[in-house]
Design a protein around this ligand. Structure first.
Ligand code: HEM
Length: 426
């Protein structure tokens, strides 16, 4: 397909409502892998679309910082996610407007210190100890889903299955009560702007409902933190350790702890849900791969990695250059913004043989779905453990499933995937 590079659109959220801009990214990788992207409705940025340059940027956190003015794409006039400044909730508590909302906005040395207060709970070893529990949860959720399918008609895979395990799993790790999972799901969806009409009160706009959910979520976390600050601590080991951990010799305050729990609970929900739903679509659209996996469940690890490469639920993250830097034939100037497109890096033909082939036996599979370097996804092992449990539980049912209508994708340039995915029994 012929494209005028100055006419392509890879920045408008609605462009992502039907599929990712694969053809546009392919042209960029081939003709302009470091491309100065200027459009009327967005501040300009360098679009970086190849695997090698995403790595070059990610492994230089001093030159390409997270703590600059932009971390996610936002159209002019729109507020970037979590950048709204202090709202009435924060103001009423005297929060510091300069405080980074969470660790993704921080740089070293603060970032390294803050990150280690949670990373201990997400190691491979910790995940192995949760594995059989995740298997049980996944089996239970899949049985409920099957029971609904057996009543006839189409059932939304996202809501009735894919959304459940990510929340239950992070809830178990943090030590949240199972009775709270449902409302936490509603709240954490609101962070990414997904508010379902059934949760909106009479006379309330969607925006007002989203604000109410954000406040309810923060109030819930505030009470959780306070309960764990009491002498002797609270019921959750994880929260006990978090409230007593110091950064630069000081305990973290409520604002910092709420931000931390907020990102830990929020970051793994829509991402893993999208990977699960996109993984189901990939397996059903490639029946030979589905049959191979069903006949050889031992291929699950490779299948999980290929699903992660294939679905790439996090589309982009931005960095700000702190000094001039030569990237290929382009000079990135100090203060410029670079935008890394992970799904494009995951289709880079110079790294992946036949990148548009879904192949659960792909080896090696050095995908960048979880980013790279200092900010490499803290929940990588958890996300993989969840996907492994979810897909394994589905295996006995997979040959009986078929895709229903088209589904409905999330129009977003940061995290995207299926908001709704109707499936039925074949
Ligand atoms: C398929 C699921 C997931 C995907 C695709 C994903 C992807 C990513 C990506 C691309 C980044 C940024 C990496 C970078 O800047 O180099 C990130 C960071 C992060 N992710 Fe995930 N993630 C997933 C699941 C999870 C889960 C389950 C958690 C739960 C704890 C989580 C927590 C985080 C946190 C806290 C960060 C910030 C790390 C930092 O700034 O140091 N993610 N993730």
């Amino acid at each position: 397909m012929a494209f005028d590079l100055n006419g392509i659109d890879i920045h408008t959220p609605s462009r992502y409502a039907h599929s990712f801009p694969w053809a546009e990214w392919e042209v960029l990788r081939r003709e302009a892998p470091v491309f100065w992207y200027e459009r009327d409705d967005i501040e300009p940025f360098w679009a970086v679309t190849r695997h090698a340059e995403v790595m070059v940027i990610s492994e230089r956190p001093k030159i390409f910082i997270n703590g600059g003015p932009r971390l996610r794409l936002a159209l002019k006039g729109e507020t970037e996610l979590l950048r709204g400044g202090l709202d009435s909730f924060g103001q009423s508590r005297g929060w510091n407007p300069q405080e980074p909302p969470d660790l993704t906005f921080m740089d070293d040395p603060q970032h390294r210190e803050v990150r280690k207060h949670a990373s201990w709970a997400f190691t491979q070893g910790c995940m192995r100890s949760f594995a059989s529990h995740f298997d049980q949860l996944a089996a239970g959720f899949t049985a409920e889903f099957l029971a609904e399918l057996e009543q006839g008609g189409e059932v939304d895979f996202v809501r009735h299955l894919a959304a459940k395990l990510p929340l239950a799993a992070i809830g178990e790790i943090i030590g949240l009560s199972a009775g709270d999972w449902k409302r936490i799901l509603v709240w954490s969806n609101a962070i990414i702007g997904e508010v379902s009409p059934e949760h909106v009160l009479p006379g309330e706009t969607l925006l007002q409902a989203a604000e109410r959910f954000m406040n309810e979520f923060r109030l819930y976390l505030e009470e959780l933190i306070q309960a764990h600050r009491k002498p002797g601590g609270g019921p959750s080991d994880f929260v006990n350790r978090l409230v007593s951990a110091t950064v630069n010799g000081q305990l973290q305050n409520d604002q910092q702890l709420i931000g931390y729990l907020f990102v830990l609970i929020g970051a793994g929900n829509d991402t893993t849900r999208n990977a699960t739903a996109g993984g189901l679509v990939a397996l059903l659209e490639h029946p030979e791969q589905r049959d191979l996996l069903c006949a050889n469940p031992g291929l699950i690890s490779g299948a999980v990695d290929e699903i992660l490469r294939w679905t790439s639920p996090v589309i982009s993250f931005l960095r700000t250059a702190t000094e001039d830097f030569q990237l290929l034939d382009k000079t990135i100037r100090a203060g410029d913004t670079v935008c890394m497109f992970y799904p494009s890096a995951n289709r880079d033909e110079s790294v992946f043989t036949d990148p548009y082939r879904f192949d659960i036996q792909r080896n090696p599979n050095p995908h960048l779905t979880f980013g790279f370097g200092a900010h490499f996804c803290l929940g990588t092992n958890l996300a993989k453990a969840e996907l492994r449990a979810a897909i394994t539980a589905l295996l006995p049912v997979l040959p009986r499933l078929k895709l229903g209508g088209m589904g409905h994708r999330i129009p977003n340039t940061h995290v995207s995937g299926f908001a709704e995915l109707p499936v039925a029994l074949a």
